[in-house]
Each structure stands twice: as C-alpha cells, then as structure tokens.
Design a protein around this ligand. Structure first.
Ligand SMILES: Cc1ncc(COP(=O)(O)O)c(C=O)c1O
Length: 370
C-alpha cells in the first residue's frame, strides 16, 4: 500500500545526500575495498568519538552486538540476565541464545525499564542487566548503575534505538560495559542493509569483539582465539554510515523540531499521551515518536486509512509468543501500553507539510466523536 505520508522515506533520504553516498560507493568499489579496510576503521573511530567511548567495533547487527557483549562478559548457562518486558525481542533472544535465563521486568511511563522493580528480580544467579534505551530516550542509567554496583552486575546497554541521546551530557552506549548499536535501515543512523556495533571503554572487550566477528581469528597472527561468528560490518556499509554520521546532529535537531511541533499541536488531546518526559538532564532524540492512544487500534487504523503509515510496536508483547517459552509474571505497564502504542511518522526527511497532514488527521480522529 502506498501512503501519503510514509513512516520513513529511504529514497528521499538518499537523495538528500546522494552526491556523498555515490562518492563513497565509487571509492569503495573502484578500489575493491570490501572487507575490513579503511572505511570500517574510519567509521569505528568516528562512532566512538560521537558516543564518547575509546572503542567502537563494527558488527553485522544489533543482535550480534548483544550476543558478543554477553559473551565478553562471560555470561552463559546457569546465569540470569534482567531485561525489560517491553523491547524488541532481540534483547531477550540474545540472552536465551547464550544459554542464560532472561528475567523480565516491567517498564515505566517512559517505556523503559522500571528501575524500582529491578532489585526484587535479582537472585544469586543474576549476572547482568540490559537496560534498553527505547525510542531515543535513555533508561534511568544513574539508578541502573547504582543497582549494578550494589549487586556486582554487568551492565550492557541496548542502545539500538538511541544513538545521540544522553543523560547530563553522557552519551547512550558509553556507560555500561558495552553499548549495543543497530544500523538497521530505519534506525536514526540507518545503513542500506543490516549493520551494528559495540562501543566500549574496555580494550579487552573491544579486542574480543574484533576477533569474534571474524570467526575468532586474530587477524595479525591467524590464530583462532575461540569459536566465533561471521558478523563483521562490511566496508561498503561502513562507508555509507560514516557519511550519514556526519549529518546526524542536524538530523537529530530536525527530529526535535518535529517533536516540538507534534507537542504544540497535540498536547491538548486528553486521550493521547505524548512522549515528552522533561526529566532533568535527559535528552530525547526521538528515534520514534510513540504516542499512547486510549483508542488503540481504532486510532492507528484511522491514520492508516487516511494515508499515514504508523507503527504499532508492539501490540503483542514478545513474552506472549508461545514459541519463545518465556515466563509471563504479569507486567501491567507493558500490557497497558502495548494496547495503546502508535508511532507517528518521524524522520529527517519528512516535510513540514507532511507533519501538518499528520497533525490534522489526529485532530480529525479526535473530533469525530471517538
Ligand atoms: C531495542 C533493540 N534491540 C535490538 C535490536 C536488534 O538490532 P538488529 O535488528 O540490528 O539485529 C533492535 C533493532 O531492531 C532494537 O530496536
């Protein structure tokens, strides 16, 4: 189905930076620099500097970043890892796939892990917490780090949705053992295929990830240092991401301007909860502009019918998918917000007129006696 306002518009975004992307493409292709070359190193250096860490290691996906982070922390069978009940399933699957047990914790009003519910979920098997910074807004990291210190737990930040956000100037992905990044095309920094990275200040973790992404091989000596994976960020994607990273501050500013427009126009609708939390020092970069509508599907379907592409992630919480065999201990906030979430179009390429169209449609839904 084609929409009047699409959720994201990758072709338009490409056209905004076509000259530089094309130059990057020809540079890589004409030299045949496809794997583990200068463009990857350049992107890693720039990403680390953007996030505020010493190292960044380019990987295949956000999932791989989580998987390798857990392994770097030595987490495996018999261990428990705390994860939010409301997140993309990969956060939890990475824990299961290293053989550990995910222990789910409900989220708060900001969609992030409810830090007041973490301690009651800690047992003598708990080894790590994975706070997820959802939609561009960071979890309460000062509190997470305090709890982690008290119980001697590793913190792995799932920052896949929050590149550029921060708390008191400290960047997402710079506070835990690792920050895990996804460059899936529709992320705030999206490639033209899958991609991911780890950021870290720990040289051993960076070295471990550098080897694990290449089947465990020490590239200098050829020695295999462990059973690894094939999950290297390819050079072409790194070259594209490096171009896009330069635009990110401007694109984040654009996102914040759009969020402000949504806020001004929609905050008077009683049945609609907007994602503005105004916590001191917390900077929201609006990877997603997720509202909560009391009218749930009726609201999201109305927008779609009126030509607006919206996302309703996640109507069915991941722990309710039977095949995943996860323990549902009852997560009232997650259940409530799952019925209501609706992400409005939010991206760097959307026009002012398109934002206006979305606002008008939301108003018309609420003026139609719903
Ligand atoms: C919160 C979160 N965690 C993990 C991932 C996994 O990233 P990827 O799709 O690159 O494996 C994503 C991306 O979709 C995500 O949004």
């Amino acid at each position: 189905m084609s929409y009047k306002v699409s959720f994201v518009n990758p072709a338009k975004n490409y056209n905004m930076i076509k000259r530089e992307i094309d130059t990057a493409y020809f540079e890589v292709m004409s030299k045949g620099d496809l794997i583990d070359r200068g463009q990857l190193m350049s992107f890693e250096k720039n990403l680390a500097s953007f996030v505020g860490t010493k190292y960044a290691v380019g990987l295949n996906s956000g999932y791989d970043a989580l998987n390798i982070s857990l392994r770097a922390a030595g987490i495996g069978a018999g261990d428990e890892v705390i994860v939010p009940a409301h997140t993309f399933v990969a956060t939890c699957s990475a824990v299961v796939n290293v053989g550990a047990k995910p222990v789910l914790v409900d989220v708060g009003i900001d969609f992030n892990i409810d830090v007041d519910k973490i301690e009651e979920s800690i047992t003598d098997r708990t080894r790590a917490i994975i706070p997820v910074h959802l939609s561009g807004y960071m979890a309460d990291m000062p509190k997470v780090l305090e709890i982690a210190k008290k119980y001697n737990l590793t913190v792995i930040e799932d920052a896949c949705q929050s590149l550029g956000s921060s708390i008191n100037g400290k960047g997402a992905g710079s506070l835990g053992l690792t920050g895990c990044w996804s460059f899936y095309p529709f992320k705030i920094l999206g490639g033209y295929g899958d991609g991911g990275a780890i950021t870290t200040n720990d040289p051993d973790v960076a070295l471990f990830a550098t080897r694990m992404r290449y089947n465990g091989e020490d590239r200098e000596t050829g020695e295999y240092r462990g059973h690894g994976f094939t999950c290297l960020l390819d050079n072409l994607q790194a070259a594209f991401l490096d171009v896009k990273l330069r635009y990110l501050p401007v694109w984040i500013k654009r996102r914040k301007d759009i969020a402000e427009r949504y806020r001004e126009a929609l905050s008077d609708i009683a049945d609609l909860l907007l994602p503005h939390y105004n916590r001191d020092g917390f900077d929201h970069v609006y990877q997603n502009y997720t509202v909560r509508s009391k009218q749930g599907n009726e609201f999201s379907e109305y927008l779609k019918k009126n030509g607006i592409e919206v996302l309703t992630q996640f109507r069915k919480p991941y722990y309710k998918h039977e095949a995943l065999k996860l323990e549902d201990r009852g997560f009232p906030q997650t259940e409530a917000l799952s019925r209501e979430v609706c992400s409005l179009p939010m991206n760097a390429e959307i026009s002012d007129d398109e934002v206006g169209y979305v606002i008008k449609a939301v108003h018309s839904f609420y003026s139609e006696d719903n």
